[in-house]
Design a protein around this ligand. Structure first.
Ligand SMILES: Nc1ncnc2c1ncn2[C@@H]1O[C@H](COP(=O)(O)OP(=O)(O)OP(=O)(O)O)[C@@H](O)[C@H]1O
Ligand SMILES: [Mg+2]
Length: 210
């Protein structure tokens, strides 16, 4: 059972977008998939409810309690945990015994990079991360690749203590799909397929660390 935590100290960086799309990717692949929503805002759970009427449902479970993993069915193959904004490194540490990898979405702006750097440095100091038991990957999110700002931001991210495992572009596709309980992996137009390609390196990286 592969368990992945999506976390960031920064609000609005794309944690729920990343968590729901990753969960849908695995569900579409045929894996029994659970989305644990550790955010009291509950946007992940509501997405699971919307998705329940479609094929490739994802089981949504609340994750605000310490024993969040107890209700996970034993036949679950993939578990994605969405966490709230403002999570502290010691709160992240509480998850690290139970997950194989942490994904941190980062937006391409100086404000976001500056706000995220101390969080990443704290993560790098946690025992299980230091000992290589838990892998941490950065996901550059909402990129507009044709802009200088996005290109520079990705360069900046490469100086952080963890690898950039995916570069996701800004597209309304994520916004529209989420509202319907869907993901970009539920559509097959040429445009959507090009956004699906953005995830290939992330999925490969997770496979390596599972
Ligand atoms: N790649 C993207 N392209 C376009 N819009 C995006 C993308 N990623 C996220 N968004 C939008 O940005 C907003 C914030 O994203 P999201 O809710 O996933 O962030 P979050 O980190 O979970 O926020 P919070 O800290 O409030 O939990 C949402 O409106 C979402 O639809
Ligand atoms: Mg969220």
């Amino acid at each position: 059972m592969l368990k992945v935590l999506v976390a960031s100290s920064k609000g609005g960086a794309g944690k729920s977008t990343l968590a729901t799309n990753l969960a849908a990717y695995y569900a579409v692949e045929g894996k029994n998939t659970v989305l644990v929503d550790a955010d009291r805002q509950g946007s992940g759970l509501r997405w699971c409810q919307r998705r329940a009427q479609h094929a490739d449902a994802v089981l949504g479970l609340p994750g605000t309690r310490r024993d969040w993993d107890k209700p996970i069915p034993p036949d679950a193959q993939r578990v994605v945990v969405d966490s709230p904004a403002g999570i502290r490194p010691d709160e992240v540490e509480a998850y690290l015994d139970k997950v194989a990898a942490v994904l941190v979405p980062v937006l391409p702006s100086a404000i976001d990079l500056e706000a995220t750097e101390p969080f990443l440095n704290d993560l790098a100091g946690l025992g299980r991360v230091r000992r290589g038991k838990v892998a941490v990957g950065l996901v550059a999110n909402r990129l507009k690749p044709w802009t200088n700002a996005s290109q520079l931001a990705v360069e900046e991210m490469r100086r952080f203590p963890f690898p950039v495992v995916a570069q996701l572009r800004d597209t309304q596709g994520y916004v529209l799909a989420n509202a319907l309980g869907k993901s970009i992996f539920d559509y097959h137009s040429e445009l959507v397929r090009s956004h699906q390609q953005d995830w290939a390196s992330l999925v490969r990286w997770l496979k390596k660390h599972s």
